[in-house]
Ligand binder design. Structure first.
Ligand code: NAD
Length: 339
């Protein structure tokens, strides 16, 4: 059911996506933080896609070079670079989709929450420009801590009087990508045919893979299952440690954000049945924001498909996640409301 890029080599998949559907093709996508470790490969994937006609790249450094480089690629999207706050308005005006990977990544030993002090104000200021100049855009927030940055964006949009919860998403696609990869490897399955919903949030124990709802069905002995869940929850840290101070996941994240973005663009263009797990305003649990599989539509969230029936150990994971989620959400809201 979930949308996937991985079923075929990437280029073929993207081209097929575009030509096999009626997706609208006059789309402007803005990437804020476009010169970074995620921003550059994400911009490359977007440039490669016939779904994108204008690609607007914003950063506080290096965007003229990144834009010039990408603009030589023989694909349709017209690439423009914007540097610094004075050019932000022009970058986001008219955008239908804004993807935000701006901000600092983790170093070994850091949690995503340790990034709050730096990234909260970056996301607040970028989303404030979006609330003013592209209030109807679908917002895809990559910047960590996602559990807090999505509430920040929501509060900024509320302050500007343009809040629409259907249009603000925390991008948790990478958790699904990782769960699919690890479970396919463990079970010797074709990774292009596996789908594991991941619910909750995007940090440690708040990442809840629902292995009982995996398609095709899989089962593990209890200990192996618990190890698998831990690995999915700590997969970001696996990359942070392997990069040894040089940042966090960038290439896999770019892949995941592109997958999310293409699904949004196709749904905006009227393609039905696009589903992605994402962290959104939600009444599924007692916390305000929660990731579940989301049916995408012309306005963003078409329908929250919910978490479905959980097994006992999954209910325990959910119970363990809610207090941390609540705290992170409150922290994000307070930052805008009291900051
Ligand atoms: P990076 O440091 O390589 O790039 C960040 C970019 O943001 C840089 O180009 C920097 O110049 C830019 N930037 C900083 N302040 C800015 C501002 N005010 N306006 C515009 N741009 C600004 O970092 P990265 O590896 O690309 O990671 C970016 C973010 O994505 C981090 O917060 C990281 O934790 C997060 N991340 C999220 C996920 C996820 O699953 N959602 C996965 C991996 C990383």
């Amino acid at each position: 059911m979930f949308s996937r890029l991985a079923r075929q080599p990437l280029i073929i998949s993207i081209v097929k996506n575009a030509f096999s559907t009626s997706a609208k093709t006059d789309t402007k996508v803005a990437v804020l933080g476009a010169s970074g470790g995620i921003g550059q490969p994400l911009s490359l994937l977007l440039k490669e896609s016939p779904l994108v006609s204008q690609l607007a790249l914003y950063d506080i450094a290096h965007t003229p070079g990144v834009a010039a480089d990408l603009s030589h690629i023989e694909t349709k999207a017209k690439v423009t670079g914007y540097l610094g706050p004075d050019q932000l308005k022009e970058c986001v005006s008219g955008a239908q989709l804004v993807l935000i990977p701006a901000g600092v990544p983790r170093k070994p030993g850091m949690t995503r929450d340790d990034l709050f002090n730096t990234n909260a104000s970056i996301v607040r200021d970028l989303s404030d420009a979006c609330a003013q100049y592209c209030p109807k855009a679908i917002m895809g927030i990559v910047t960590n801590p996602v559990n807090s940055t999505v509430p920040i964006v929501s509060e900024v949009f509320k302050k500007r009087g343009v809040y629409d919860p259907k249009r603000i998403f925390g991008v948790t696609t990478l958790d699904v990508v990782r769960a699919n990869t690890f479970i396919a490897e463990a079970k010797g399955l074709d990774v292009s045919k596996i789908n594991v919903p991941v619910i909750g949030g995007h940090a440690g124990a708040t990442i809840i893979p629902i292995i009982s709802q995996c398609t095709p069905p899989v089962s593990f002995p209890e200990e192996e299952r618990d190890r698998m869940i831990k690995r999915i929850q700590n997969a970001g840290t696996e990359v942070v440690e392997a990069k040894a101070g040089a940042g966090s996941a960038t290439l896999s994240m770019a892949y995941a954000a592109a997958q999310f973005g293409f699904s949004v663009l196709e749904a905006l263009g009227g393609v039905e049945g696009k589903v992605e797990c994402a962290y959104i305003y939600s009444d599924e649990t007692k916390v305000k924001y929660f990731a579940t599989p989301i049916l995408l539509g012309r306005e963003g969230v078409e329908k929250n498909l919910g978490m479905g029936k959980l097994l006992g150990y999954e209910v325990d994971l959910l119970k363990a996640a809610l207090p941390e989620l609540q705290e992170s959400i409150q922290k994000g809201e307070d930052f805008v409301l009291k900051g």
